[in-house]
Write a protein that binds this ligand. Structure first.
Ligand SMILES: Cc1cc2nc3c(=O)[nH]c(=O)nc-3n(C[C@H](O)[C@H](O)[C@H](O)COP(=O)(O)OP(=O)(O)OC[C@H]3O[C@@H](n4cnc5c(N)ncnc54)[C@H](O)[C@@H]3O)c2cc1C
Length: 290
């Protein structure tokens, strides 16, 4: 995904997310469609809306508040915040790599090219920065023999709690159960976000000065980015989820196998099965890493 304005990317340190920005230093206004009540916020601060409360969105929101404490930061998620972090690393959350803290070497191990990683990503937030950030914020980490870094608690909840605590402490507002379904740019050069809460049939429109798209692999996120003028590089999966219809497997949820040899038979696809290195059972079946 490319960004028309890399400046925003650097400023907020949101290297995992696509960002979009227009300079429109007028008053932020929160308004609603005919479906919802009209709310107007007469403040002089600018509003950043972060779409998605995964690790990229929550961390970017914290960083934005650290960089500019006057900025109003609103994070919106259609589900629960950091839900993937909770199940990550077999429920322990593999925070980073502790063996290749040197950025260039780690970037070289990235299977699909390392240019982007060596540049904006690792220059601003490499593995060592990640380790320091968590330990500065009270999370004790340990590096296991294979280089994976986990919280000493062996629980991903430690990471989730730390990020949510820091977000709250820095004054980030979090709204969950709301989906950002559309986006456009107004005549004044502001972002107009359409937000829907389907459970109560509510539609709101929020006007923002800055928008940060941190929607992970969600197609909706890509569509919004395209609508706001970004071009998308076709994404490639690195974790593959298999939904296996076997009730017995649900009891294995959270179990990780460090080395797995598996064969895949795909209809109409010829060629070798991918090299698989790890498998983790989740509540919906099996996830394999390549
Ligand atoms: C089983 C499993 C284990 C993993 N283990 C690890 C690990 O140990 N270590 C590691 O580093 N990584 C791990 N990963 C990968 C890691 O979880 C992802 O790389 C990470 O969550 C990506 O973060 P993100 O913030 O970019 O996206 P996500 O975590 O996917 O967050 C995106 C958020 O955006 C929200 N959203 C999407 N569209 C909209 C919309 N239109 N409006 C509002 N909200 C929206 C979603 O609800 C979601 O909460 C694992 C992944 C899986 C599936």
């Amino acid at each position: 995904m490319t960004s028309a304005t890399p400046w925003t990317l650097l400023r907020y340190g949101a290297s995992l997310a696509a960002t979009a920005r227009l300079s429109a230093p007028t008053r932020p206004l929160c308004f609603s469609s005919s479906h919802a009540t009209i709310k107007s916020q007469q403040t002089s601060e600018q509003l950043l809306v972060v779409i998605g409360a995964g690790p990229a969105g929550v961390y970017a929101a914290i960083r934005a508040k650290e960089v500019d404490p006057h900025l109003r930061v609103l994070v919106i998620d259609k589900g629960r915040p950091l839900s993937k972090v909770k199940i990550s690393g077999g429920g322990r959350c593999n925070v980073t790599n502790g063996h290749h803290v040197e950025k260039t070497r780690l970037a070289e191990n990235y299977p699909r090219g390392n240019r982007e990683l060596r540049g904006s990503f690792f220059n601003f937030h490499g593995p060592q920065d990640t380790i320091c950030w968590f330990s500065d914020h009270g999370v004790e980490l340990k590096t296991e023999e294979d280089g994976r870094v986990f919280p000493v608690s062996n629980s991903s909840a430690t990471i989730v709690d730390c990020l949510l605590h820091e977000a709250k402490k820095n004054g980030v507002t979090l709204q969950t159960g709301k989906v950002v379904s559309d986006a456009s740019i107004s005549d004044k050069g502001k972002y107009i976000l359409k937000i829907e809460k389907r459970t109560i049939d509510l539609v709101e429109f929020v006007e923002a000065d800055h928008v940060l798209i941190a929607t992970g692999s969600s197609q909706q996120g890509y569509k919004i980015a395209v609508k706001l003028g970004h071009s998308i590089v076709d994404p490639m999966p690195s974790l593959f989820t298999f939904k296996i219809d076997d009730a017995k497997l649900a009891t294995l949820s959270g179990v990780t196998f460090p080395k797995v040899k598996a064969k895949m038979k795909l209809e109409k696809v010829r060629g070798n099965a991918p090299e698989l290195t790890q498998a983790c059972w989740t509540h919906v079946g099996d996830t394999l890493g390549s």
